[in-house]
Ligand binder design. Structure first.
Ligand code: FEO
Length: 426
C-alpha cells in the first residue's frame, strides 16, 4: 500500500501544528475524482483547524458532509463546544462547509465569519433560519485574547467567496484552497509526506490557473507576511519552507511572454485544420495578411499535429485566436472542439476571437465556432469568413484582407481602424 493510501491510524485525534493550533480535519484516501473533473489518484484531505487563544477557540473551516464524524471526534479532543468563540469559513464549497450546520448547532454561541462575497451563497448552502454571521475583508480581524485572526480578501481562489485567515502571533496562514492539493497522506506535513509536487502543480493548473491575476493580487497580500506555516484546506500542511510554495505560485501566475513581447506588441495565433487543403490555403493567406500589420506577432498552427496542452499554454498568453475549420456533417471538426473545450482552465476574457473556413455544402462551422468563442467571453470584432470549396486568387486576397483586419483589431486604434470586410477588401 502506498504512503498516500495509508489510512489514518485508528484512534488518532487532532494533530498539533503548535501548542495552540491543531489540525482537526478528515482524510479521504479513496476519492478518485473531485468536482467531477479533477483526477485524485491519491485521494484528498479536508483540512480544518483550531486556534486556541486566552479568550476562546476559533475553528477554521470544516469538512465534507460524510466526514463530519471524524471532524467532530478530533475537534472534541482539543476543546469543548462551549469554548468555541469563532467559526471561520474561508470558503463555502461543500467540501469545507459540509459540517458547518452541525457545528453551529453544537456551538450556538460561536460567531460565524465569512467573506462579503460568501453572503451571496451562504443561505443557499446553510438552510437555517436566523443564521447570523459577520462579513469580513482585508483589515478586519477577530481577537481570541492572546491570539487573533486577520482576514485577507483573496477572491476567486477558488470561488468568488474565498479568503485567507492569518494568525500573526504564529505566522500561520490558513489559506483555504490556495496552496492546496489533492493528496492524502496521514503524515500530514510537507516534510514528512511522499512526493506530492505533481499534485500541487496539477491542482494549481485546474483550480487556480484561470484566475492568475487574482493569484498575483493575493500574493501581494501574503508575501509581506512573516510565514512559518501555510495551512491549506487540502493536502499537506506546508511548514517546511512555506515561502517556496508562494514563490511557485508567483512563477506559475506570471506571464511568460512578457519579456519577449514588446509592451505595445500583440500576438495572434491562427489555428486551422483542413481535409482537402482549402481551409489550409485560407489560413496561409490570413496569416500573410495579418503579418502586414505592424505591432502584431502572428503564428500559424496546423491543428492536426498540435499538442492540445501546449496550444492552451500559447492561447493563454496570446491576444487573439483565429480558428479555421471545414464543415463536415454540418459541424466544425473534432480537433477544433477539442481545443475549445480545453480552454476552461485559462482566462480568456478580453481576447479577440475569429473563425474562418472552406465549405462544400452547408458551411455551419464558422458560425458555430464564433458562437462558442463568444460563449467563452472572447470578443469577435470581425465577422467570420466562409469560402466555398477551392479559394480563387481573388478569394485568397479576401483572406489576406481578413487577416489584416483581424490584426488591426488587435493592434488597436494607433493602427488603422477596424472596418467591414467589404471595406477592407476594396
Ligand atoms: Fe476545496 Fe473549492 O473547495
Amino acid at each position: 500500500m502506498s504512503a498516500a493510501a495509508q489510512p489514518m491510524p485508528a484512534g488518532i485525534g487532532a494533530v498539533p501544528l503548535s501548542e495552540r493550533v491543531h489540525w482537526v480535519g478528515a482524510l479521504d484516501p479513496g476519492l478518485r475524482t473531485f468536482d467531477i473533473i479533477l483526477k485524485t489518484a491519491n485521494g484528498t484531505t479536508y483540512n480544518a483547524y483550531t486556534v486556541r487563544g486566552s479568550a476562546g477557540v476559533a475553528v477554521i473551516d470544516t469538512v465534507k458532509d460524510g466526514f463530519a464524524a471524524d471532524f467532530f471526534r478530533r475537534l472534541e479532543t482539543v476543546c469543548d463546544y462551549g469554548e468555541i468563540k469563532a467559526v471561520v469559513l474561508n470558503h463555502l464549497e461543500p467540501d469545507h462547509s459540509g459540517a458547518l450546520p452541525e457545528l453551529l448547532r453544537r456551538a450556538p454561541q460561536a460567531r460565524l465569519y465569512v467573506s462579503f462575497q460568501a453572503q451571496l451563497v451562504l443561505k443557499g448552502l446553510i438552510k437555517r433560519d436566523g443564521l447570523e454571521y459577520t462579513a469580513v475583508t482585508t483589515g478586519d480581524s477577530v481577537s481570541l485574547g492572546d491570539r487573533s485572526l486577520q482576514f485577507l480578501h483573496t477572491p476567486f481562489l477558488h470561488w468568488p467567496d474565498t479568503q485567507c485567515s492569518y494568525l500573526p502571533e504564529e505566522g500561520t496562514l490558513f489559506s483555504g484552497d490556495l496552496f492546496g492539493c489533492h493528496y492524502c497522506d496521514a503524515r500530514l506535513f510537507n516534510d514528512r509526506v511522499g512526493d506530492f509536487r505533481f499534485s500541487f502543480e496539477y491542482y494549481y493548473a485546474h483550480i487556480m490557473r484561470p484566475f492568475k491575476a487574482h493569484v498575483l493580487k493575493a500574493l501581494r497580500l501574503i508575501e509581506p507576511l512573516p510565514l512559518s506555516v501555510i495551512a491549506p484546506a487540502h493536502g499537506p500542511i506546508l511548514r517546511d519552507q512555506p515561502e517556496r510554495y508562494a514563490q511557485r505560485y508567483r512563477e506559475l501566475s506570471t506571464p511568460r511572454l512578457q519579456n519577449e513581447m514588446g509592451a505595445d506588441e500583440r500576438s495572434l495565433l491562427i489555428f486551422y485544420i483542413s481535409s482537402y487543403g482549402n481551409t489550409a490555403r485560407m489560413a496561409e493567406a490570413v496569416y500573410e495578411g495579418a503579418q502586414e500589420v505592424a505591432g502584431v506577432r502572428v503564428s500559424l498552427h496546423d491543428l492536426e499535429a498540435c499538442d492540445t496542452a501546449s496550444m492552451v499554454d500559447l492561447i493563454e498568453e496570446a491576444d487573439g485566436l483565429a480558428l479555421g475549420s471545414p464543415t463536415i456533417n454540418g459541424d466544425a471538426v473534432k480537433p477544433v472542439w477539442d481545443l475549445l473545450s480545453s480552454l476552461a482552465v485559462i482566462d480568456l476574457k478580453g481576447k479577440t476571437g475569429a473563425a474562418f473556413g472552406s465549405y462544400g455544402w452547408s458551411g455551419e462551422a464558422v458560425r458555430l465556432i464564433e458562437e462558442r468563442l463568444r460563449g467563452l467571453k472572447l470578443q469577435v470584432p470581425v465577422a467570420g469568413l466562409r469560402l466555398k470549396l477551392i479559394p480563387t486568387d481573388g478569394e485568397l486576397e479576401q483572406c489576406r484582407a481578413y487577416g489584416r483586419q483581424l490584426a488591426r483589431a488587435l493592434a488597436g486604434p494607433q493602427v488603422a481602424g477596424v472596418g467591414t470586410l467589404a471595406q477592407a477588401s476594396a
